[in-house]
Design a protein around this ligand. Structure first.
Ligand code: NAD
Length: 355
């Protein structure tokens, strides 16, 4: 019996919906009491996993025992599902991208405010260890001031699944993986973005982007390159960052990586010219062994609480949301700017991403 736990109904029991159910099983503050999916086969799967399958969304909304609606459907229906949830007096956890436009998210938060209910977006990759290492390096200046951040995810499997191929469902990689990488940057860098230029990839012939590259310039001097690819049979590192004192790399999700910094105590020795191709170079010669220090990646501090614990505290009025809606709004603004730059080939400067 879990009288002390907040009750959740998962809407959309697909890949992510069923993953939420698994994660929440171990959570002390939330409890899944059922699911609803338009696909009856997924309802059956839910029952096999031990969760009541509601026969309609209406039935979920009419169930006073359901306190929280967790939306894990394709992106195009997040907004309508959320509006109905608020009207029925439910709080909402919504998957990313929360909506497909700034306008839709503004409508969603306005409805939540009016109903006095909480909506929090599942930007779970704020808890990723690789990201927390970079965030800590940024804040603690482990390799000096970071002035260049390259954040990439590379796959070679194309766009997965069904609805992710379709514009009407909010498919494409900018809305899918892009939203995570951009959210991580916005949460880390407390500065206005002054320009955005991007290219979108349509190499696989889908109607939606199968990847993109975006260059972001922040007012504080940081520049960031964000890249998502699904046609990369050889991958580049997950993170490559440059600071005023060194360079850092994180290769992958197993946290393989290192930092290399200039050795301030070493005597300055002119590098010897090396053969490079058919020429000689001193500029590109590796620094002498004494000139640099190679170290391990720092151990990151942990986020103060899990997403679910934080959500429970927020609806109790006991804590602030870790994922704030003004940050989510900035990310959606940024996504619109990246689409605009990608489609026009122009650098976008005429927007205010910092409110
Ligand atoms: P999926 O296709 O595996 O599952 C979606 C499910 O929603 C399907 O079972 C489908 O039948 C159901 N559905 C569709 N319309 C519905 C409706 N109107 N009402 C009820 N059910 C409906 O997709 P997925 O990969 O699980 O993605 C779902 C959402 O989760 C997307 O918004 C996606 O971006 C997000 N997601 C987030 C992460 C993350 O790490 N945060 C990871 C994967 C997916």
């Amino acid at each position: 019996h879990h009288d002390d736990k907040h009750t959740v109904v998962i809407i959309g029991y697909g890949g992510m919906g069923s993953y939420h159910a698994k994660l929440i099983k171990d959570n002390g503050r939330l409890q899944v009491i059922g699911t609803y999916d338009i696909d009856h086969a997924r309802g059956k799967a839910s029952e096999q996993d031990g969760y009541r399958a509601y026969e309609s969304y209406e039935a979920v909304l009419n169930d006073a025992a359901a306190e929280i609606v967790l939306i894990a459907t394709p992106n195009d229906v997040h907004k309508d599902l959320a509006l109905h949830a608020f009207a029925a007096g439910k709080h909402v956890i919504c998957e990313k991208p929360v909506t497909m436009s700034v306008e839709d998210f503004e409508a969603m938060t306005a409805a939540a405010d009016q109903a006095n209910k909480v909506v929090m977006v599942h930007q779970n990759r704020r808890w990723d260890e690789d990201y927390l290492i970079i965030k800590q390096m940024y804040e603690q200046k482990t390799i000096g001031d970071l002035f260049r951040i390259e954040s990439r995810v590379h796959g070679a499997n194309g766009i997965p699944g069904d609805w992710r191929h379709l514009d009407a469902h909010g498919g494409g990689m900018l809305l899918d993986w892009g939203v995570h990488l951009l959210d991580q940057l916005i949460f880390m860098i407390d500065s206005k973005i002054i320009s955005v230029s991007s290219t979108l990839s349509f190499i696989l012939g889908d109607e939606v982007d199968d990847g993109f590259e975006a260059m972001l310039q922040f007012e504080n001097g940081v520049s960031a390159l964000v890249e998502v690819g699904t046609t990369n049979f050889i991958t580049l590192p997950r993170w490559y960052v440059k600071g005023t004192e060194g360079t850092g790399v994180i290769e992958d999700w197993s946290m393989t990586g290192r930092i290399v910094t200039r050795n301030r105590d070493a005597e300055i020795v002119e590098p010897k010219p090396v053969q490079a191709g058919v020429g000689l170079t001193k500029t590109m010669a590796p620094p002498s062994e004494m000139a640099t220090l190679t170290g391990a990646l720092p151990k990151p501090y942990a986020q103060r609480s899990s997403f679910y614990d934080n959500f429970a505290a927020v609806i109790e009025g006991a804590d602030e949301a870790i994922v704030r809606n003004d940050e989510v709004l900035r990310v959606l603004n940024l996504i619109e700017a990246i689409f605009r730059s990608g489609r026009t080939g122009e650098t976008v400067k005429d927007f205010d991403l910092y409110k």
